[in-house]
Write a protein that binds this ligand. Structure first.
Ligand code: FUB
Length: 313
């Protein structure tokens, strides 16, 4: 017979992990979330969709930070970087991700440095997960003049392996790209290459490691088990035994969402894995007025990922 304390501990251990009602932000529209766990806290870095209702294009000028210590209650810290953080840029605060190194936090962003249609990857740096952040480089880390990059350099994700080597992945329009980063985190170290095996890659790569297996999650927009129309996207994933691949495609982990774009990040937080993504489910929402949602990620014994159950209302 269990004592009261042991019984309570058992009930707590068996209780489903905490989740917020989705979307986790309702005061404004948020998109392209990138989660980062620092100690007891999960931070989410996200762009802000400011497009008016009925708009057919993105209007994004700032990146915001949210945080939670339980994945259920979220604090909105407001904009911690904007287009003005990068004096060489002029528009389009698209997808971003923060990576810690040596007590600093490097915020890799998609931003428009040279006018319509051109996107670059910038990097800001701060001394805490909430900044303040400043331009770390004085110019783009990746631009169209970077050899073997493409004209739409967006959606950076950075992964640091256990040996300290950091890798930058990015890409769109079916063109995934990767390069090593120097330990200063603001320079590429070697050539830009094309990861092999990311079947149907469209954009939005996200990298993590679990049980010595590397996982690349990314948006795809094929109608072969992914989405009903190629205007939409799902999240496929691939695994590899090296951060440089080659990758083995494993299937769809997040199906079509209510926005045409589909952008996600996955982290382990307090013994549970979470996916943070966006959709168009908030009141008044749409393809350019998106909202961040959080749901659970569960793995099978063989390391494959179960299809995410979207709890967004
Ligand atoms: O939010 C602007 C762009 O839409 C992002 O960079 C892509 O990933 C897609 O979500």
């Amino acid at each position: 017979v269990l004592g009261l304390g042991a019984a309570l501990a058992l009930v707590t251990a068996l209780a489903p992990p905490a989740l917020a009602a989705n979307p986790i932000v309702t005061g404004h529209y948020t998109a392209d979330p990138a989660p980062l766990v620092v100690g007891n806290t999960m931070y989410v870095y996200a762009g802000r969709d400011e497009a008016p209702a009925g708009s057919s294009n993105f209007l994004m000028r700032e990146w915001r930070v949210l945080s939670s210590t339980d994945a259920a209650n979220w604090t909105d810290h407001g904009a911690k970087a904007t287009i003005a953080t990068f004096p060489w840029a002029g528009a389009d605060a698209w997808a971003s991700e923060v990576e810690p190194r040596n007590g600093k936090y490097y915020w890799y962003t998609s931003v428009n440095g040279r006018g319509a249609g051109w996107m670059d990857i910038g990097v800001a740096v701060g001394d805490s997960p909430l900044g303040p952040f400043r331009d770390a480089k004085g110019g783009p880390l990746v631009s169209d003049s970077t050899p073997n990059s493409s004209g739409l350099n967006i959606d950076p994700t950075v992964f640091t392996d256990d040996n300290g080597q950091a890798y930058l992945y990015w890409g769109s329009y079916w063109a995934p790209r990767m390069a090593k980063l120097k330990s200063n985190m603001i320079e590429l170290d070697g050539p830009v290459t094309t990861p092999v095996g990311l079947a149907n890659f469209w954009e939005a790569p996200w990298m993590f490691k679990r049980n010595n297996l590397y996982y690349m999650v990314y948006a795809a927009n094929d109608t072969n088990g992914c989405v009903t129309s190629s205007s939409y996207a799902c999240q496929r994933y691939a695994t590899a035994t090296s951060p440089t691949g080659p990758w083995t495609h494993r299937g769809v982990l997040l199906g079509q969402v209510s926005s045409t774009t589909n952008h996600a990040g996955i982290v382990q937080f307090k013994n549970q894995w979470y996916i943070v993504y966006h959709n168009a489910n908030a009141p008044g929402g749409g393809n350019f007025r998106r909202s961040v949602a959080v749901d659970l990620v569960n793995f099978n014994a063989d390391g494959t990922i179960q299809r995410v159950v979207q709890t967004s209302t």
